[in-house]
Write a protein that binds this ligand. Structure first.
Ligand code: PLP
Length: 380
């Protein structure tokens, strides 16, 4: 199948606008010259608005995981305790990274269930240098309680390190208001730039906590801070990706964050309405402090159906959705509503999903899901 004919509806990488691709094909520039610095400043200003922060903000040439590692590698020393909240694969990744640098105090909730804030508080009360949480757990389609965890971190004097890889740029993320000391985003998700860059905001408190003897080298955030004062990066940045990022951020600004948040949330609501109409159950089990993600929806595979068959059936039709990761493989399937995804993309995805379900004998007739999604989009 021609790649240009496929529709990427997974939770990142997401489709990139043609003008972003064109921006990336510009001739190279001097990364120590004025042109790069102007682009660097422009990107930083737009990112701070999206992060809703006045903290320092850096762009690392490396995917989201690089910034997750920078956050922990710079702040956590071998005897430091880190409370790691986990209810999906990326919470587990934060735990695994934390274990390389310090002492993990895990709060392990079953993947797809809500975070137990009482247990988080209990662990923080015993004393910890930091707490990590994934705001939008992509693997499970859950939005975790960032405001509440920020309050707990403040109460017990711990740093709040938040993975906003699939929420920042798609959801209303208030880094300063919530007291997030380090917040991380990936370029290939809600911002709809190509993969390869990650951006993170770092509070003054987080810098003060970087008092270990050996900071990482490439991921030394103090080095990023020093270079940012000259509108540069410490090492040669991925210049074409910066071109793409700048253009993608301009698209975000042109749409406006309020409209962008609403469009992505409406997309996820349309998916949920469609699934309900078809009789497919959502995967997350929510309590009062968590919510369905508005950038990715995770659904249980119907009884007796391997979700890989749903994913492969969609792929045959040219639409790429995601299955379950690790222990969730075969059990769930996921549809992204992040980035610049338009209602027409989701309508086409839902229609084809109905076709795949009909072919798998899950439903007899098509149309109920499409109709339900259309009603949600009518509210836009
Ligand atoms: N955190 C979350 C919530 C993610 O969804 C992802 C990727 O899907 C990551 C971290 C890892 O990001 P990357 O693959 O860019 O390193």
């Amino acid at each position: 199948m021609d790649l240009e004919d496929t529709l990427l509806m997974m939770p990142g990488p997401v489709p990139v606008a043609p003008r972003v691709l064109r921006a990336m094909s510009r001739p190279m520039i001097n990364h120590r010259g004025k042109e790069f610095s102007a682009m660097f400043d422009d990107c930083t200003t737009m990112l701070k608005e999206i992060f809703q922060t006045e903290n320092d903000l850096f762009t690392i040439s490396g995917s989201g995981t690089a910034s997750m590692e920078a956050a922990l590698g710079c702040t956590i020393d071998k005897d430091d305790k880190v409370v790691t909240i986990e209810n999906g694969k990326f919470g587990e990744r934060f735990k695994d990274i934390a274990a390389r640098y310090g002492q993990v105090v895990p709060v392990e909730c079953e993947w797809g269930t809500s975070v137990d804030l009482d247990v988080v508080e209990e662990k923080l009360a015993e004393g910890a240098k930091a707490v990590t949480m994934v705001h939008n757990e992509t693997s499970a389609g859950i939005r975790n309680p960032a405001l509440e965890v920020g309050m707990l971190a403040k109460k017990y004097g711990a740093l709040f390190i938040m993975d906003g890889v699939t929420s920042i740029g798609g959801d209303d993320v208030k880094v300063d208001e919530w007291g997030v000391d380090i917040a991380v985003v990936g370029s290939q998700k809600c911002i709809a730039a190509p993969p390869g860059l990650s951006m993170l905001s770092v509070s003054e408190r987080a810098f003060e906590a970087m008092n270990k003897e050996n900071l990482p080298y490439y991921l030394d955030l103090k080095a990023y801070q020093k270079s940012a004062a000259k509108s540069q990066t410490p090492y040669t940045p991925a210049v074409p990706l910066f071109f793409g990022l700048q253009e993608a951020l301009k698209i975000v600004m042109e749409e406006g964050m309020d409209a962008r948040i609403k469009r992505q949330a409406t997309g996820a609501a349309a998916v949920r309405a469609a699934m309900d109409a078809i009789g497919i159950e959502m995967f997350p089990q929510l309590n009062a402090t968590s919510a369905y993600s508005s950038t990715v929806s995770a659904m249980k595979s119907p009884e007796g159906v391997d979700s890989n068959d749903i994913k492969n059936g969609m792929m045959d039709k040219g639409i790429i959705i995601a299955g379950g990761q690790n222990r969730l493989s075969g059990k769930i399937f996921r549809i992204g509503s992040m980035g610049n995804v338009a209602p027409k993309d989701l309508m086409m995805t839902i229609q084809h999903l109905e076709l795949v379900f009909r072919n798998l004998n899950v439903i007899n007739e098509m149309g109920a899901g499409t109709e339900a999604a259309a009603k949600v989009f009518d509210t836009l």
